[in-house]
Design a protein around this ligand. Sequence first.
Ligand code: NAD
Ligand code: MG
Length: 389
Amino acid sequence: MTGENTQKRIAIFGSTGSIGKQALEVIASNSSLFSVEILTANSNADLLIEQALKFTPNLVVIGDESKYLKVKEALASSHVKVFAGEKALEEAASMDCYDMMLAAIVGFAGLRPTLKAIEAGKPIALANKETLVVAGDIIMQQAVGNRVPLIPVDSEHSAIFQCLVGETRNRIEKVVLTASGGPFLGKKPNFLVNVKRDHALQHPNWTMGAKISIDSATLMNKGLEMIEAKWLFNLKPEQVQVVVHPQSIIHSMVVFEDGSMKAQMGLPDMKLPIQYALAFPQRIPNAFPRYDFRKPNTLTFEEPDLKTFRNLSLATEALFKGGNLPCIMNAANEIAVFAFLRNRIGFLDMTDLIQRTMEKVDFIPNPDLEQYFESDAEARNFAASLIHL
Ligand code: NAD
Ligand code: MG
């Protein structure tokens, strides 16, 4: 495929983040396949301007309205349109000028723009897992109703998705999500109690944004991913299993009804699932380093330590109970991680904060979208009140 007409026009929501930047690398290496039409950032105006000058999209959106003039002036001599504010994100998501959204905003903030894109019939390359954790039922219903494919970018879900290609008629017995275990694998609470932000941000296998790095250290990331998997692949909670695999070579597995197992493997590099989602159903050749089976290396597997990493137990509870509980948990977690990153609470306090919020906010078995927003706000307020944010 070459030439203008065959280019897929991409909108990157969250282009200044870890996923957004890697997606732009993929696009830059495959400019005959993709063009960039929309870029958005929350507050990093400098990087957004730099990206806009390099990729000349149709439109950029800066979330922080106080940075609008700065971006506008920097792009004055280009044809790039500049919007600002939260509402502008939704407007941009509804525009005709693009073919696929890469949903790479972090957290609950990604929900509304992604919903707008689905309503507009746009295929989604989904990195933002919180969207499915909070309102997976509504997102999946809308996606099916609008015939919108959701292609996962999260490496575990991309792995499962890849294992399922060609298996539409075959039933899944279970999926096995692999977890690296994060930087504190094997540690106990007496160690974790003293852990500080900078240590928790050091992931052994992946370089990621701050929030997901902390989620990986607490294992909340794997909890969020269990719920994400349930919605993406229409699974019962008991069909989602987690195994710790510290080398991060097997990205996840599917066990079929006949006991046969498929795994998707590769070196840990998010550019691979990103480019798979952008180009699906094609695979794009590249020169990324390959895993070499001839070198001496060992792949190991163990059970997660649920007693130490209690966030994973809380997430399992939310997965099984459903309703607005995952939404409440997610909101409390966002507040907890934010507070930890600002050295306001300790590593283990995050779990207590989430647990207390899950106990406090009223359970709703079948919430509508408005109730998800209310539960999110209530959970945030309660969690913040516990730490006087
Ligand atoms: P990041 O913090 O590096 O980047 C987040 C992006 O979202 C930035 O562009 C930022 O400007 C934007 N943003 C943040 N808050 C916003 C708001 N309130 N409104 C509008 N935009 C906002 O995050 P990341 O690591 O790139 O992760 C993005 C998403 O992808 C997360 O949901 C994460 O769980 C998921 N994910 C990331 C990785 C990874 O390797 N980084 C892997 C799997 C899944
Ligand atoms: Mg993941």
